[in-house]
Design a protein around this ligand. Structure first.
Ligand code: DMJ
Length: 549
């Protein structure tokens, strides 16, 4: 009993101590003063952010899985030990081998650029320095980095992707540069590259950077018609047009090729300013009278009148046609105005520019200068095989599908002939059709190859649409030719004359070799559901935007 009584006292003492601790701890509890309210808000915001992030992450992984991208990177040992040409033991016909081959080309181009020109716009592989063309401002704006970032991600080169991402986050700033930038090139390479990187990764840093750059371009649209000027000074924001462009005109391929990027940017920022600019351009284009249904390459942004009548699906015109079709696709076929403009434009070019060679009936798109037909086709114009193939994939009318397929196949074949008839298996900048020439250059000024993608791009689309194995073989031959003739000890170079086996290099590794040429090569050796064409639209620089739901 005595023991129990002691126990009771101990229990009571214990309770008293606990009560004391409780009472004194009350003074340490947060009161509802301002700091506490703020800290609670902060916690709530953090929780919400975390929820949003994990939702974003979930959506992102779903997207990645669906697009079958970001394959695990090659182990660095595998990458370092092998050059693209050193796959002697493997089965060269296997798709995995060919994808590896192309991935290694990208690794090599990237590492060379990283070693000798990091931050510069492009690499001079022979001089082992940076290079900057007049389309970029002077300064280190890293065109190669921004143009390559989505390719690196798609190929699963994730270390390189992280290098690119970090550079973009910490260094990409046009305000640190000086001089003029091309509105078109900045849009398709920089804004396009950043938006595609965002689409693939959901990383909003890319949107922030794309928005900063798009805002720099906005003064170009301050013209009486709203049709943008070609160039903007990065420091002053002053826009102007190229001196050579038909008395102060804007260029069709340039002002007609901002739609995808600006619409997508408005969608993801909820800021309509960008969409308004390109919608106004669209209104001008659709309201204009077109001579014989054709679009001249020059338009005066002050008067809204066409300039010199030069019509071409090559340089100065090309991507205008491409963006009409792709704007319709990007909108999930809702933008019927774009499709109507596309349909009318292709009827006109097929009627007036599509020709067949006398010798072997090779199809080509000629150019028109005034009323004179120039029987010349640019390497750039070979993109049109891919455009028609994409139309085939999406066209409703069977009769139109067959007509478009015929043109796509014929043009891809002609472009292949331009490669076949050179000394190195790579085609020239432009080729002619005369009584003596068929799909070859006749002037020394047209014999160069600057790593352009359009021919391979056309074969890629045709492969996806027809599954004719010849397109994969042609791509493979082109990849090997690029490896053999464009590869220098420190990166890839353009070639001055494709008709000479002893190549002379031009000492520039173009940013689009990774953005486009290597990307399309990689994709042609991948399954159709890797960046499926029903899910993604590639801008004219090969940057992928997701088709609107
Ligand atoms: C790229 O910048 C784009 O493909 C553009 O549409 C045309 N020129 C180059 C590649 O040839």
């Amino acid at each position: 009993m005595g023991f129990r009584c002691r126990e009771k006292y101990v229990l009571l003492a214990g309770l008293a101590v606990l009560a004391l601790i409780y009472i004194s701890s009350l003074s340490y509890l947060p009161s509802d003063d301002e700091a506490t309210v703020r800290s609670r808000q902060w916690i709530r915001a953090r929780e919400n952010r975390e929820k949003a992030q994990s939702f974003d992450r979930m959506k992102f992984f779903e997207k990645v899985e669906k697009a079958k991208i970001a394959a695990p990177p090659l182990s660095s040992k595998t990458v370092k030990q092998r050059n693209a040409t050193e796959f002697v033991d493997d089965d060269q016909t296997s798709l995995a081998y060919r994808r590896d081959f192309v991935r290694n080309m990208v690794k090599f181009a990237w590492e060379s650029y990283h070693r000798y020109a990091w931050g510069a716009n492009e690499l001079r592989p022979l001089s082992r320095t940076g290079h900057s063309a007049s389309i970029f401002a002077s300064g280190n704006t890293g065109a190669t980095i921004v143009d390559s970032v989505d390719t690196l991600f798609i190929m699963g080169l994730l270390d390189e992707y992280e290098q690119a991402r970090a550079w973009i986050e910490n260094n990409l700033d046009f305000k640190k540069a000086s001089g003029d930038i091309s509105v078109f090139e900045t849009n398709i390479r920089f804004i396009g590259g950043l938006l595609a990187a965002y689409a693939l990764t959901n990383d909003k840093m890319f949107v922030k950077k794309a928005t900063e750059i798009a805002d720099l371009l906005l003064p170009a649209f301050n013209t009486p018609t709203g049709v943008p000027l070609a160039i903007v000074n990065v420091q002053t924001g002053t826009p102007h047009n190229w001196g050579w462009a038909s008395g102060g005109c804007s260029i069709l391929a340039e002002f007609g090729c901002m739609h995808l990027e600006f619409i997508y940017l408005s969608q993801i920022t909820n800021n309509t300013v960008y969409a308004k600019k390109v919608n106004r351009v669209r209104e001008v284009i659709s309201s204009l009278e077109k001579p014989d249904g054709l679009y001249p390459n020059y338009l005066n942004p002050k008067t809204g009148k066409w300039g010199q009548k030069h019509v071409s699906v090559g340089a100065l015109g090309d991507s205008f046609y491409e963006y009409l079709l792709k704007s319709w696709l990007f909108s999930n076929k809702q933008d019927s105005q774009a499709k109507k403009l596309y349909d009318d434009a292709v009827v006109a070019i097929e009627k007036q520019l599509l020709k067949y060679s006398k010798q072997n009936n090779l199809a080509y798109f000629a150019e028109m200068k005034g009323n004179r037909v120039e029987h010349k086709m640019d390497h750039l114009a070979c993109f049109i095989a891919g455009m028609y193939a994409l139309e085939v994939k999406n066209e409703e009318k069977q009769s139109r599908r067959s007509a478009a397929l015929k043109i796509a196949v014929e043009i891809a074949d002609t472009c292949h002939e331009s490669y076949n008839r050179s000394a190195i298996g790579i085609g020239p900048e432009s080729f002619r059709f005369t009584s003596d020439a068929e799909a070859i250059s006749i002037s020394d000024r047209e014999k160069y190859y600057i790593q352009r993608p359009e021919v391979i791009e056309g074969w890629f689309y045709l492969w996806r649409v027809t599954h004719d194995p010849k397109y994969r073989e042609w791509c493979w031959e082109a990849a090997q030719a690029i490896e053999k003739y464009c590869r220098t000890p420190n990166g890839y170079s353009g070639i001055r004359d494709v008709y000479k086996k002893e190549v002379e290099w031009d000492d520039v590794q173009q940013s689009f070799i990774i953005a486009e040429t290597f990307k399309y090569l990689f994709l042609v050796f991948s399954d159709d559901d890797v960046m499926a064409l029903s899910e993604w639209v590639f801008n004219t620089e090969g940057h992928a935007f997701p088709i609107s739901p």
